[in-house]
Write a protein that binds this ligand. Sequence first.
Ligand code: IPT
Length: 1000
Amino acid sequence: MDISKLAAVNSPKSKMINHEDTQALHIGTLDKHCYFVPFAKGQDPFQSRENSQRMELLNGDWGFRYYDSIIDLEDDFIHEKFENTIPVPSNWQLYGYDKPQYTNVCYPIPFDPPFVPDDIPVGVYQREYCYSHDGMDRVLVFEGVDSCVYLYVNGSFVGYSQVSHAAAEFDITPFLTEGRNIITAAVLKWCDGTYLEDQDKIRLSGIFRDVYVLSRSKRRLENYIVKTVLGENGSAVLEFTAFGCDVSAKLCDDDGVTMAQFSAYDGEKAKVKIDNARLWSAEMPYLYRLTIQADDEVIGEEIGFRDVKVEDGVVKINGRAVKFKGVNRHDSYPDTGYYASYEQMKADLVLMKKHNINAVRTSHYPNSPVFYQLCDRLGFYVIDEADLESHGCVEVYYDYKWDYSDYRGIAMLASDERFKEAIKDRAKCLVKRDINRPCVVFWSLGNESGYGENMLEEAKVIKALDDTRLVHYESTHCLDGTSDSILDVVSGMYWDIDSMKGYLEKPEEKRPFVLCEYCHAMGNGPGDLEDYHNAFYSNERFCGGFVWEWCDHSVPLGKTAEGKLKYGYGGDFGERHNDGNFCMDGLVYPDRTPHTGLLEVKQVYRPVRVTKGKSADSFVFSSTLEFANAGDVLDCRYEITDKNGIIDIGMVDICIEPMGSTEVKVPQAAGEHEEETFIRFIFTAKEDTEYWEKGYEVCFDQLKIADGRKAVVEKAKAKVKAEETPLCITVAEGDIVYRFDKRKSAFVSVRIGDRELLDRPLQYNFFRAPTDNDVMKHNWYKVHLNDFVVKSYGCKLAVREDSAEIEVSQSFGWSIQQPFCKMTAVYVIDGSGLDIKCKAEFSDKIDMLPRFGIRLFMPKAFSQVEYFGYGPTESYIDKRQACYVGRFAADIGDMHEDYIRPQENSSHYGCRYLTVSGGDTKVKFTADKDFSFNASQFTQEELAAKAHNYELERCESNVICVDYAMAGVGSNSCGPRLAEKYQLDKPLINAHFHIQIGKE
Ligand code: IPT
């Protein structure tokens, strides 16, 4: 429907003719240029931009009218009453207009490019602007509007612009009158650009970044380009080109000492040589300051001297091979939607620094320009990505048949001539704005848009604009046979480690390799970080990777009675199509509380690793810092511990050259140790920085220094009494009475004195509340691991003077299929408690057994646990880098990791013992090998049944699961299948548990 034809001639609405025209991208806008905010002569241009006398921030409440459909928009909507207001910047779906929609791959609209539905939702924003003539132009800047904007001043049409994450700038001077003026911005939810913005995010609309007016001289600096070229013997050259006018400039170091002063003539390159230049890197983000005087304006630019190159297939920064220890980050906040304030961005980056992250991919669009300044200052390598994703094409290509084996359909728009200019435009928006940012090391063509002629053209645009960074792009599935050799880096997503090894074996492929997405951090995970780390460090051609992703995305649905935010995800907003909780895949919760996955990242990305040296008292410290000496950044102390606690502590002096190793002696480690003994080196921040305080724990490494002697368990003398009836066996030992129900084939009661320990029969447990990575969960439900009947084939009691033995043969199954498990179990009750030995054989119909163990429902009064194993946070066979072996105590109420979609959580791996106590009664669990356990107020059934954390109801008992083994968590929600080594043995398991009950 052509809206303009439906509107009265010359009405404001009749100007809306661009949003279905792929050739009309920016009408009436200024040319794209590098980001800067000018200050008035005499002002300090390095202060916060809001203080510039030349900037008027128009953030705040704007008048707002929302229309479900553009068809309902009045011809002269500008003169309607604007009784409601909305904050700018924000997204209107967060203020009760329209609804959020979470869709990942699928387009939110019918695929019919360049057309969008007739009923396009529209938000019209209006505010006053006071102008008094002073000879300067007024440039109105929108830093981000989703999806496009038609701008009017005093009723006159000024222009149109699309590309949600690019700045749109309009010179509004000719439209202004002295005094009061009215600015009206009509924002459309969809336009032809929507086909290029199919990023995996909750879809929101509106003016979502800062809006401001700049007062500019008529003849002014329009653009400038800074380039740093590293020379011989520590020298470097600053190349500076100004466009629009002549300028004079002064370069100072960060102490304010002037290094150079020079003039640059309009369009000509000025070169300034610096001796002994201090270089910029993520580890040492040294910035010089360039003060640019242009007419009566002054501009402050921070300069990082660094270069990025590929040498022999290796990505080098300042000549050194680097590894990106990265994350993908979206602009996504539960309270501000797509808007990221300076404080929010800084808080994100500080949290990343605190977790040893050194790189960010701005998935999948350019962030606020201020974000990059923060990255320059705090030290991050950035893959800066164009606002481009046409992922939904893949669904469309094969007539809605998802044909995973041929992913090329994703490239439909990559070779569609109609979108060529728009795709090239997105590269211009990216590079022209961020060209001066030292943090940017790769330009990325976009995400998941396939490859073709248009993408090649896009890459050429980038190369023509900038030859100092590498061009990155992952999605090279192609329909038109275009070569991707223009890309400087080969990029992958979620490759398994064998495929990475295979990459190195291709003789024709010489480029470096990056995993732009890996270790999908959805829910409980990722479990494979350490394995990828080892793969990255196995070869210099691997330059590291970027975990998917930084934060869980959510729009809250209100608050619980206790005042806790109810985090909503796909499907909670009444969407037509949604992708459920796939947006809950971050390392931090929506409010930035770290997931345990982030703790894992912190530890795997640690700057120093310790291994054993040649002698018992020697340790090798290896640094993964590429530029800094670890000793300049970190202090180190150690503690030697056994199951009784700390035996010894001390300090270690460290001095480790970048990427070097050094041997450290700790004589105390070499002594005789009766018990299993560990040494833990703890590395802390040496100095206060912008992101951590002196003493902040950066990382640790724990090593076992003695196995200890195997404790010989002296059998306590006991007198055991046993009684058998047709359905029941009762065994008494001292004041402990065990009752075994033959029909249930289970212990139904264990009493010590008058205290019952079991609220329900003791069970075998084969199931866990599926994690997001447990993609095989349908098989578990089909086999009925979660809900089974027990068949007893027989039960024998043998009574000796000091023990009783019950031997049971049984199976576990449901309807339809054979039993999924056959088992013989031998229970021995003696003076040391209850001993359980079982031999279980599993059906090969089970796709990856999640766990095998016993489950006890204990009375609530049993609320305290103590364990010696991997803690203090949850730990799994493949997710325990952030944990160490120690003795930990906790209240069961605190042992819950509150994933927004509830799932298995808070297991503890590698336990030597567990005690659960209530008052003076203590139950101790051991096994013949290290085991895992969970202690929870929630049953696995409850965790599995509820879609949101705020729906969870506590069990009337405390649930204790003691597992022979718990499977790893992996990252299979998007990544590879859980590695064999983290799965349970099959088909046979021999497990041996021991339960000891006593009074303190
Ligand atoms: C990959 C996307 O690039 C990313 O945006 C996100 O959707 C992620 O998947 C899943 O959370 S694409 C996938 C098909 C590998």
